[in-house]
Design a protein around this ligand. Structure first.
Ligand code: CTP
Length: 412
């Protein structure tokens, strides 16, 4: 099989150096990458670097190798175009269909999925001109991810960083895997909130009650949603996983902190997915100082109090009437019967039921599940990567939004 053809567009921002690492990951994983920098990008990273890392010629203008008609051919032949970093200027040109160099021409001729990874100062990102350009590009079907928050050029910090190359690479891989026309970003314009990881309930400054959740399923839900165009808030409890590209990550520790962060983000969310393993109980008392063992005495029992059930609360008090709420359940026996009872008890729209066993659920990269619907549906998801289960969950959520949008008379 031919290698997938990727165009890596690079516009003139300091984050161009991170695109070198993205390029390396793409070529090493078997992609044929053609780098198309803008003239300004070459001020940051030179042509020799792009050419050596890609193994392909590099041009910025339409006047080079004119006989090959590169301004049309590169875009036409691409399976994916990713622009990283995308400056405010590049986004503006692309939103308005300008074509004054090879990259902007390529963006006009490409019919494959297009990803823009913006990077700029916070003020430039927040400016209404940039926001309107981003909205235009998203409406036309491009995946424009949210920049990361953190250190910017100079001493500034804020929203505007290019996400790390590993996350960008995963995003490219996901969008490519969905292919055309499935890659049409069907979550564009939606805000989704996902909780992931496992909460820790402190006993004293050094000990906690926790669980074995790695966060992988919740992170897969966040990464797949971003690849499908959503604005994603990931409330992450104690996970060691890297931030997925284009996702706003809110780190939390305890069930109480997770509840606060999820309820706040859910206020304007189209869907909330509770993939976190939330502690049902927490120690009744937190010891300010480390609990000592005191050899002469038997240990004191640990008294517990119940934590609020966040999923039940979200389901009962929907921030919006059309909000879809999804829960997860890990069961060891009577999987379907327990799942049905839990779905009814919690009041959510969908419940993803995992059977906990060897190589499944906790810590593993793969999962097998049944997705139960409040409408009585039962969708089995065969053993496979957690990303496949995540995509099935989003397919079901999108289906429910679609059904809800159909007027009653049309449903007859
Ligand atoms: N959950 C929650 N708040 C809690 C506990 C759990 O929102 N305090 C959510 C989890 O994120 C998950 C779902 O509820 O989406 C199922 O959690 P689980 O602990 O299995 O449900 P329980 O009702 O506690 O059932 P069990 O008796 O099996 O523990």
């Amino acid at each position: 099989m031919d290698k997938p053809k990727v165009v890596l567009g690079v516009s003139g921002g300091i984050a161009a150096y991170k695109a070198c690492e993205l390029l390396r990951r793409l070529t090493e994983s078997g992609h044929d990458v053609r780098v198309v920098p803008t003239g300004s990008a070459l001020h940051f990273v030179g042509e020799a670097t792009w050419s050596a890392l890609s193994g392909n010629p590099v041009a910025t203008e339409v006047w080079e190798s004119v006989h090959e008609v590169p301004h049309v051919r590169i875009g036409q032949e691409a399976d994916l175009v990713v622009v990283a970093p995308a400056t405010a200027d590049l986004l503006a040109k692309s939103a308005h269909g300008l074509a004054d160099d090879l990259l902007t021409n390529t963006l006009l001729t490409a019919r494959c999925p297009v990803i823009f990874a913006p990077a700029m100062h916070t003020e430039m990102w927040e400016h209404p001109a940039t926001q309107e350009n981003v909205a235009t590009l998203r409406r036309r079907g491009a995946v424009v991810i949210e920049p990361a928050v953190g250190r910017l050029t100079g001493v500034d910090t804020g929203k505007g960083r290019l996400p790390e190359p590993g996350g960008l690479f995963e995003l490219c891989r996901r969008v490519l895997a969905r292919g055309v026309p499935a890659a049409a970003p069907d979550l564009t314009g939606r805000h989704v909130v996902i909780s992931a990881g496992g909460t820790r309930e402190p006993l004293d400054p050094v000990r906690f009650l926790g669980n074995r959740s790695s966060g992988k399923q919740g992170y897969a839900l966040a990464a797949t949603a971003a690849a499908r165009g959503a604005r994603v808030t990931l409330v992450a409890a104690n996970s060691a996983l890297p931030d997925p590209a284009g996702v706003d990550v809110v780190p939390v520790g305890t069930a109480g902190q997770l509840r606060e962060a999820v309820l706040k983000a859910a206020a304007d969310a189209d869907a909330v997915v509770m993939a976190a393993a939330v502690a049902d109980f927490r120690p009744a008392r937190y010891a300010e100082g480390k609990i000592k063992k005191r050899e002469s005495r038997e240990p004191d029992p640990i008294a517990l109090v119940r934590n609020p059930d966040i999923l039940a609360e979200l389901s009962a008090e929907r921030a919006r009437p059309d909000q879809i709420v999804v829960g997860f359940a890990a069961e060891t026996d009577e999987v379907l019967a327990n799942g049905r009872a839990k779905l009814a008890r919690k009041g959510c729209d969908l419940l993803v039921v995992n059977e906990v066993g060897e190589h499944k659920a906790f810590g593993s990269a793969a999962n097998e599940a049944v997705v139960l619907g409040a409408d009585g549906t039962e969708i089995p998801v065969p053993y496979g990567p957690k990303e496949a289960l995540a995509d099935t969950v989003w397919d079901l959520v999108v289906g429910r939004w679609r059904d809800a949008a159909v007027p009653q008379s049309d449903q007859m």
